[in-house]
Design a protein around this ligand. Structure first.
Ligand code: LLP
Length: 420
């Protein structure tokens, strides 16, 4: 049979496999990952600079499927975590305590205690959390997240530094940080920042460094300085959007790292914590069209990818390109403007609004591009729908199931009925 696509499989994403057959074999919605692409993204960032003490911590909030984490670890990356759940998944995938950096935000004593007991490095992002750490672990080693005053991101909801966010310690609080370190006999092992998610030029990232470095100067002997994540990917490739120029960023960053290490002490390790850059482009999300209709002369394509499966378009008006795969050899003869919607009972359940695409028919398979970051991890059981399955196309060409689809029994697993 023939497959019609808007953009043919240019990246070779399916490695010669047929997406329609994958959809038939595993059902939809279905997150499909490509091991080759995942590994290549890990390598690009590992080789970002020549500075020798440089660690890439994969930010597992983007995608924490343990099979993917195993691959990422095998490429020599370490990991950041922001909850006990992420620490748990990372350990399941083989990361050791010293390979996990726990960067938490407003957590309970129990949660912080879990991380301390697991032996991972903890970063706190307020004076009160530093004090909490000091009480739980006097004499311990801790990192502090600072807010460099420069933010960036694709949407105001994901800018995580600058004057209007909840994150990080204000650099003017360095004296109080020192006082708490003294009071609880803590060693400050590192400082970290994260300016926000998804920058496509290197400017904001590089601009944030002088402020971070000037904080570091006030704490001699740090073992690491973590520059954060946020490395963007082009979601609008079909419209000519270009990727982040990693080689230019790498060159300028390398220079900044060497310069600062020369002044500060060459033992210092620099870290980055990218999530999206590593996992976004290694996934296509498949869904199936179940209804096509006109409402007041606008065409709606109704599929099984509701915002419980992919929340990004609804949360941030995010754009994901859509490809069409079809089993029959019925060609789409015309382009038309359509709105692609899911199966959730809210009118905001829009996956792609006002797109001009080749004619879409019932039963077509849709391939939502670049779905690997903040896709499955932000999925839910809203409307008591089942979260999707995940499969991996191995480098060998084999297909492996890496997460089963939820079952109805999963929905009732933790509920307790009344004795009426
Ligand atoms: N480090 C910290 C402390 C973070 O908060 C984040 C993301 C990262 C690293 C990784 O950022 P990345 O390299 O993936 O941009 N759900 C949103 C993105 C939220 C990002 C939150 N923090 C989205 O779908 O666009």
């Amino acid at each position: 049979h023939k497959i019609y696509t808007k953009v043919t499989d240019q990246t070779g994403f399916f490695e010669g496999l047929d997406p329609v057959e994958l959809a038939r074999n595993y059902g939809t919605p279905l997150y499909i990952y490509n091991e080759r692409i995942l590994r290549s993204r890990c390598r690009s960032l590992k080789n970002l600079v020549t500075y020798p003490r440089f660690v890439v911590d994969y930010s597992a909030k983007a995608n924490s499927n343990p099979a993917l984490l195993q691959i990422i670890r095998s490429e020599g990356l370490e990991a950041d975590a922001m909850s006990p759940g992420e620490i748990y998944m990372e350990k399941l995938a083989g990361f050791t305590s010293d390979e996990i950096f726990y960067i938490c935000n407003n957590v309970s004593e129990e949660e912080m205690r879990y991380a301390i007991d697991e032996g991972v490095t903890v970063s706190v992002d307020s004076l009160s959390q530093l004090e909490q750490f000091g009480r739980l672990c006097p004499g311990g080693r801790v990192a502090v997240r600072f807010n460099p005053g420069v933010g960036a991101g694709h949407h105001s909801k994901v800018v995580t530094a600058g004057k209007k966010t909840k994150f990080g310690v204000d650099p003017s609080c360095v004296p109080q940080v020192k006082q708490l370190l003294d009071q609880y006999h803590l060693t400050l092992t590192g400082i970290n920042q994260h300016i926000g998610s998804l920058f496509m030029t290197d400017q904001a990232f590089l601009d944030s460094l002088p402020s971070l470095f000037s904080i570091a100067r006030q704490f001699p002997g740090l073992s690491f300085i973590d520059l954060g994540g946020g490395f963007g990917i082009p979601y609008k490739k079909g419209q000519g959007e270009q990727p982040l120029d990693l080689s230019s960023l790498g060159l300028r960053l390398d220079q900044a790292l060497y310069d600062f290490a020369k002044e500060y002490g060459s033992q210092v390790t620099f870290r980055i914590e990218p999530g999206r850059y590593i996992s976004a482009e290694c996934s296509v999300l498949l869904g199936q069209v179940h209804a096509v209709k006109y409402n007041h002369s606008h065409k709606y394509v109704g599929c099984d990818i509701g915002f419980n499966v992919l929340a990004r378009p609804v949360l941030y008006d995010s754009y994901h390109e859509v490809e069409i795969y079809r089993e029959s050899n019925v060609p789409s003869t015309r382009q038309e403007e359509v709105t692609i919607v899911g199966n959730i009972c809210e009118s905001g359940d829009i996956l792609a609004a006002g797109r001009t695409l080749p004619e879409i028919f019932r039963h077509d398979i849709l391939g939502i591009q670049d779905a690997g970051a903040y896709g499955y991890t932000m999925s839910s059981n809203y409307n008591n729908r089942l979260r999707p399955a995940e499969i991996l196309i191995r480098e060998s060409g084999q297909v492996q199931l890496i997460r089963e689809r939820d079952t109805l029994e999963d929905l009732s697993r933790h509920v307790l009925l009344l004795d009426l």
